[in-house]
Design a protein around this ligand. Structure first.
Ligand SMILES: CC(C)(COP(=O)(O)OP(=O)(O)OC[C@H]1O[C@@H](n2cnc3c(N)ncnc32)[C@H](O)[C@@H]1OP(=O)(O)O)[C@@H](O)C(=O)NCCC(=O)NCCS
Length: 180
């Protein structure tokens, strides 16, 4: 299930992507708000990728993971993914990380908008959400630019390096998306 935007190509993750994903998650700034910390070896990274890779063989999908590339020069930009709830909730939760050399280009917003569009139009979801550390201003900005609404704050639910941190809960509903 590959996807594309004006400037980006999203390819479903394969086992061959382990080294580039590992390299991405090893970067200090990328891992700053990551609850799994910096992976020490590729085995740690594989653990994170495993649900999306194994799920590709399932009839009913619950996990999607994509590597993200520039369409024109085929440079590796980062990764994005979506985890689906039990069917009756029709809910998806998204995540994403980009290589720092591709920050400040608008790619993250383009990627998040694409995941939202995919969730509502292809997966017929009712609600798409994301949690973000209160200190992660860049990601908060991306979620808001992509049309998500801040619904609340979870207290001290993220085990980050500096200790337990609060997170904001963001979401967009199918009604918000289709009325735009
Ligand atoms: C969070 C993260 C994805 C944000 O990336 P980003 O590059 O800052 O986000 P954007 O794609 O929205 O780009 C931002 C800026 O690009 C600039 N830009 C340049 N060209 C642009 C274009 N063609 N279109 C739009 N924006 C463009 C804009 O100035 C924009 O900032 P502004 O909206 O304040 O004007 C990135 O910091 C990251 O990977 N962090 C580590 C992992 C992480 O925290 N993930 C999220 C966990 S919740």
């Amino acid at each position: 299930m590959d996807l594309c935007t004006e400037r980006l190509l999203l390819k479903e993750m394969t086992w061959d992507d382990i080294n580039i994903i590992h390299r991405l998650h090893q970067i200090e700034e990328v891992a700053e708000f990551n609850t799994i910390g910096i992976p020490r070896h590729t085995g740690d990274t594989l653990e994170v990728m495993l649900s999306a890779l194994e799920d590709q063989h399932m009839k009913i999908r619950q996990h999607f993971g994509w590597t993200v590339w520039t369409k024109d020069t085929e440079e590796f930009v980062g990764e994005g993914g979506m985890h689906l709830s039990a069917d009756r909730f029709r809910r998806g939760e998204i995540h994403y990380s980009l290589m720092p050399e591709h920050w400040h280009k608008g790619y993250a917003t383009e990627l998040v908008k694409c995941l939202i569009r995919f969730g509502f139009t292809e997966l017929t979801l009712h609600r798409i959400q994301a949690g973000v550390a209160v200190g992660n201003g860049r990601s908060i900005h991306v979620l808001e630019k992509a049309g998500m609404t801040r619904e609340g704050l979870r207290r001290k639910n993220l085990p980050l390096r500096e200790g337990w941190q609060d997170s904001y809960q963001y979401a967009i509903l199918e009604d918000d998306f289709f009325k735009e």
